[in-house]
Ligand binder design. Structure first.
Ligand code: PLP
Length: 430
C-alpha cells in the first residue's frame, strides 16, 4: 500500500503537534505504522492523501450515522455558513435541536448544548454534585467519559490503549473523589455506595460500554443500578455520547428500558461538527445557570453551523421510520458473516454487537468488564488491523474501540468487508 504522502505529513505533523495528532488514538500507537492522512470521504468510503480508498468503520468515531458528506447535512452547513458562522446570541435552530432531543430521548425534559462530549460529562457531574450536595462519583473501569481530570482514572479509549489510565497532571485530591467500580458487577457497586454512605453524588457509566470495545450490560445490571441510586438518593448518569441515536432512536435508555436522571450526548447530534449536550429531569436541569446557580457557559455553545448539522441529522432520525431496522439488518448480516468466517477458519474469537456498534475481541473468553477486555491478544489484533487496512477496510486502530457502521453501508460493502476479513484472519492466524 502506497502511503508516502501520509508518511511525509506525519513527519511534518510530529514536529509541530504532540505525537503528530490532535487526539491520541489517531496516532496508531497501539497498532504501529503510519496513520493515513485523510483527504475526503463520501458515504461509506474514506480516501487518504495517497489516493487509497477504504470502507470506513470508524465514522469519525461515531457521528456519521448517515455516512460521510450526507447531502442534507452538507447543504444545511453551507446555508448556515452563508448567514455567518456565529452570533453568540440565541437562535431558532438551538430551540429546534433542543426540542427534538427532548422528543427523542425518553428521560430528557430539558437540555443544555455544549461543544463536546467532554464538556457534557464534566458539566453533568458538576450539576449532580450541586444538586445532591455530595462530592464523590462512581465510574466504571474501562469506561471513557472524555478528558476532564476526574474521569482520567482507569479510563477507556486512548487512555486504555496507551496503558496510562492515571494521567499525570491529575491531583490526588481530584482522584480521591472518583470511585472505581467493575462494570456488570452490581455487588461491587453496592459495596462502594455503602462504604461511602451519603457521599456519592452520581454513578456515571456508558450503558453499553464502547471504549474498551463494545461490552453490553448484563441482564438486570442497569435496572440494579437504577434501584440502587433510588435507594440512596444518587443521580444515575448515562453517558450516551456514543450510544445515543446509535443503539436505538432513544439510545440505550430506550433499548434497555431504564431511565437515568441525567444523560450526556455528543457525536451523532453534531453530524460531524463539535456538539455535546447534557439533559434530564426538569427539576435538576433548572439548577443550571442562568436559571439556577450551577455555572456552565460557552462562547461557541449552540454554534449555528453545528446546530444546522445537528438539526439536519436529528430531523432525519425523527423522520426515517425504518432507520433502526435498516441498521439492524446490516448489523445482523455482518454479525452472521463474521461468525461464519470464524467458524470456517476454526477460530474462537468473541464478537459483540449492539445496534450499529460492534467489536471483534481477540480472545475466546466472554468479555464483560475491563479485566476480561484487557486479556485480549492486542498484538494479533494489530496484525489483523493492518491486514484489513491493506484490504481496504478502515477499522479503529485499537482493540479497545468499538467499530461503527452507517446507513450508507450496504450489500456491496458487506460482501467486500466479509471476504476481506476472511483473507485477513487467515493470514493473521496462519
Ligand atoms: N463519553 C463517551 C462515551 C465517549 O465515547 C466520548 C468520546 O469518545 C466522550 C464522552 C468524550 O467526547 P468528546 O471526544 O467529544 O469530548
Amino acid at each position: 500500500m502506497q502511503l508516502s504522502r501520509s508518511r511525509a505529513l506525519f513527519e511534518r505533523a510530529q514536529r509541530v503537534i504532540p505525537g503528530g495528532v490532535n487526539s491520541p488514538v489517531r496516532a496508531f500507537g497501539s497498532v504501529g505504522g503510519t496513520p493515513p492522512f485523510i483527504a475526503q470521504a463520501q458515504g461509506a468510503y474514506i480516501e487518504d492523501v495517497d489516493g487509497n480508498r477504504y470502507i470506513d468503520y470508524v465514522g469519525s468515531w461515531g457521528p456519521m450515522l448517515f455516512g460521510h458528506a450526507d447531502p442534507d447535512v452538507v447543504r444545511a452547513i453551507q446555508e448556515a455558513a452563508a448567514r455567518s458562522p456565529s452570533f453568540g446570541a440565541p437562535t431558532e435552530l438551538e430551540v429546534r435541536v433542543a426540542e427534538l432531543i427532548c422528543e427523542l430521548v425518553p428521560s430528557i425534559e430539558m437540555v443544555r448544548l455544549v461543544n463536546s462530549g467532554t464538556e457534557a460529562t464534566m458539566s453533568a457531574v458538576r450539576l449532580a454534585r450541586a444538586y445532591t450536595g455530595r462530592p464523590k462519583i462512581i465510574k466504571f473501569e474501562g469506561h471513557y467519559h472524555g478528558h476532564a481530570d476526574f474521569f482520567l482514572i482507569a479510563a477507556g479509549s486512548g487512555a486504555l490503549t496507551y496503558g496510562q489510565p492515571n494521567s499525570p497532571g491529575v491531583t490526588p485530591g481530584t482522584a480521591q473523589d472518583t470511585l472505581l467500580a467493575r462494570f456488570n458487577d452490581l455487588q461491587h457497586v453496592e459495596q462502594l455506595v455503602e462504604a461511602n454512605a451519603g457521599e456519592v453524588a452520581a454513578i456515571i457509566l456508558e450503558p453499553v460500554a464502547g471504549n474498551m470495545g463494545c461490552v453490553p450490560p448484563e441482564p438486570g445490571f442497569l435496572e440494579g443500578l437504577r434501584a440502587l441510586c433510588d435507594r440512596h438518593g444518587i443521580l444515575l448518569i448515562f453517558d450516551e455520547v456514543m450510544t445515543g441515536f446509535r443503539v436505538a432512536r432513544g439510545g440505550a435508555q430506550e433499548r434497555y428500558g431504564v431511565l437515568p436522571d441525567l444523560t450526556t450526548l455528543g457525536k451523532v447530534i453534531g453530524g460531524g461538527l463539535p456538539v455535546g449536550a447534557y439533559g434530564g429531569r426538569r427539576e435538576i436541569m433548572e439548577y443550571v445557570a442562568p436559571k439556577g446557580p450551577v455555572y456552565q457557559a460557552g462562547t461557541l455553545s449552540g454554534n449555528p453551523l453545528a446546530m444546522a448539522a445537528g438539526y439536519a441529522v436529528l430531523r432525519k432520525i425523527a423522520d426515517t421510520p425504518d432507520l433502526y431496522e435498516r441498521l439492524e439488518r446490516f448489523g445482523a448480516a455482518l454479525e452472521e458473516g463474521v461468525r461464519e468466517n470464524l467458524k470456517g477458519l476454526g477460530l474462537d474469537l468473541y464478537f459483540t454487537r449492539v445496534g450499529a456498534m460492534a467489536t471483534l475481541f481477540f480472545t475466546s473468553e466472554r468479555v464483560v468488564d475491563y479485566e476480561t477486555a484487557r486479556r485480549c491478544d492486542t498484538r494479533r489484533f494489530a496484525r489483523y488491523f493492518h491486514a484489513m487496512l491493506e484490504e481496504g477496510i478502515y477499522l479503529p486502530p485499537s482493540q479497545f474501540e468499538a467499530f461503527f457502521f452507517s446507513t450508507a453501508h450496504g450489500e456491496r460493502e458487506l460482501e467486500q468487508t466479509l471476504s476481506a476479513q476472511r483473507r485477513a484472519l487467515a493470514r493473521v492466524f496462519a
